[in-house]
Design a protein around this ligand. Structure first.
Ligand SMILES: [Mg+2]
Length: 374
C-alpha cells in the first residue's frame, strides 16, 4: 500500500451541553482529524487524536506541527502493518512526546490498511472478537447542581447505575451531588475524578472521609505521577486509585510495579499514542494483574469510540468500566452515520452494528468535503 496523501485538520464540533472539570471547560471538540489516501484517492482512512495540555502537554497547534514534521518519513517508511509497527518501535520516544498526534495518524493508517486488505481492525491486528455487550458509565461533568441533578435523573431513568463524577473540591457542592445520586433510590456505583485537585495525600484522605466514603475508586486526586502519595491514599482509605493523567506511557507502569494492588489504569487510545501502543501496554498491565478502564477524552467522535471497542476486545475481563461512545448524546453531530454510541443503560452490542465485520474501522464517514465535520 502506498500512502499518497496525508491531510491533517483540526475538528471542532459543538457540544449540546458544556462539559466542565477541574482542568478544562469545553463547549466543542478539540481534535486532530486525519485523512490518509491511497489508490488514487479511491481508499481513504480516517483517524482522530485529542491533544490535551494537562494530559500529554499537547495542543492542536503542537499536534499539527508534529504531523507536518513527520509526514514525509511516515509516507516513505510505512507501506504495510509490519512497517507501521516498526515505525512505532523505532520512534517510541518521539511518539511519547506527542501521542495524540501520532494516534490520529495511526488510526487513519490502520483504517486504510484494513480497507486495502478487506479486513476489520480486529482481523488486521489478529485480535480476539469483540465482547457481545459493552457497558459504558455515565460521566457527569462539574456543572452546577441544577444541571447535574437533571442529568442524573435522565441517566437513571434510562437505566444507568454506574457513574463517574468530576469533583469540584468544594465540599458542600460535592456532598450535594453525591446525595443527589444516592437519593435516586437505586443501587448506584460511583467513582470520582479529581483531575489533580490536591497536593497532599492527607488532604485527599480527609476529603474522602468528609464525603462519607461514597466511591469504589477515585481518579487522579493528587498532582500527576505522585505514585507514593497516591499509594498512601489507597492504603489509608481502602479505595483504589485510577491513574489517568499519571499514565501515558510504558515508564508509568514500570514505576508502579511494586504497588499494583492500589491502582487501576485508565486506557485512552489517544493519550497512549494509538492502538498498537495501547494494546502492548494493555498486555503488560494484564500480566501484572492490574485492572483497567477503557476510557475516553471528552468530545471524542465515533472514530475514537470505535478504537476503544477494539481495545476492549483485548482487555477482556480485566475491564472494570468503560467510558466514551457518547456520539450525538454530546455532539451536535458526529463524523459518521450512524454514530457509534451507547443506548439505554449505557449498553452497546457490537453485533448489532455494521462496523463489526466491515473493512477498516467500518464507519460510514460523511463525505470528505462535507462542511458538517470541518
Ligand atoms: Mg480522568
Amino acid at each position: 500500500m502506498k500512502i499518497e496523501r496525508l491531510k491533517a485538520i483540526s475538528l471542532e464540533i459543538p457540544f449540546k451541553t458544556n462539559f466542565k472539570h477541574a482542568s478544562a471547560d469545553r463547549a466543542k471538540t478539540a481534535s486532530i482529524w486525519i485523512e490518509a489516501c491511497s489508490n488514487h484517492g479511491a481508499l481513504i482512512g480516517y483517524g482522530e487524536g485529542c491533544p490535551r495540555e494537562y494530559v500529554t502537554g499537547e495542543n492542536l497547534k503542537s499536534a499539527l506541527d508534529w504531523i507536518n514534521r513527520h509526514t514525509s518519513s511516515i509516507v516513505k517508511d510505512i507501506t504495510n502493518l509490519k512497517s507501521l509497527k516498526a515505525w512505532v518501535v523505532k520512534q517510541e520516544q518521539v511518539i511519547d512526546k506527542d501521542p495524540a498526534a501520532w494516534c490520529a495518524i495511526e488510526l487513519a493508517l490502520l483504517d486504510l490498511l484494513g480497507k486495502s486488505e478487506g479486513l476489520s481492525l480486529e482481523s488486521l491486528l489478529a485480535l480476539p472478537p469483540m465482547p457481545p455487550i459493552l457497558q459504558y458509565s455515565a460521566v457527569l461533568g462539574n456543572n452546577d447542581l441544577a444541571i447535574f441533578s437533571k442529568q442524573v435523573l435522565k441517566y437513571v431513568s434510562v437505566g444507568f447505575r454506574d457513574f463517574k463524577i468530576k469533583l469540584s473540591g468544594d465540599l458542600e457542592i460535592d456532598l450535594r451531588k453525591i446525595a443527589c445520586l444516592l437519593d435516586t433510590g437505586e443501587a448506584v456505583k460511583i467513582r470520582g475524578d479529581a483531575n489533580n485537585l490536591w497536593h497532599k495525600p492527607s488532604d485527599v484522605i480527609d476529603y474522602i472521609d468528609q464525603l462519607g466514603q461514597p466511591f469504589w475508586a477515585i481518579e487522579e486526586p493528587l498532582v500527576s505521577r505522585d505514585f507514593a502519595g497516591l499509594s498512601k491514599v489507597a492504603s489509608r482509605t481502602g479505595i483504589k486509585i485510577i491513574l489517568d493523567e499519571s499514565f501515558t506511557c510504558a515508564q508509568d507502569i514500570r514505576d508502579i510495579r511494586d504497588m499494583t494492588d492500589h491502582f487501576i489504569l485508565n486506557f485512552r487510545v489517544s493519550k497512549l499514542g494509538g492502538l498498537i501502543r495501547s494494546i502492548a501496554l494493555l498486555e503488560n498491565a494484564r500480566s501484572l494483574g492490574l485492572p483497567l478502564i477503557i476510557g475516553a477524552h471528552v468530545g471524542e467522535t465515533s472514530v475514537l469510540s470505535r478504537a476503544g471497542i477494539t481495545l476492549a476486545s483485548v482487555a477482556g475481563n480485566a475491564t472494570v468500566a468503560m467510558e466514551g461512545a457518547f456520539g450525538t448524546h454530546l455532539l451536535e453531530h458526529d463524523v459518521c452515520e450512524p454514530p457509534v454510541m451507547f443506548g439505554n443503560g449505557g449498553m452497546l452490542r457490537p453485533k448489532e452494528w455494521h462496523f463489526q465485520n466491515a473493512a477498516g474501522n467500518g464507519l460510514e464517514i460523511k463525505g470528505q468535503n462535507d462542511p458538517t465535520y470541518k
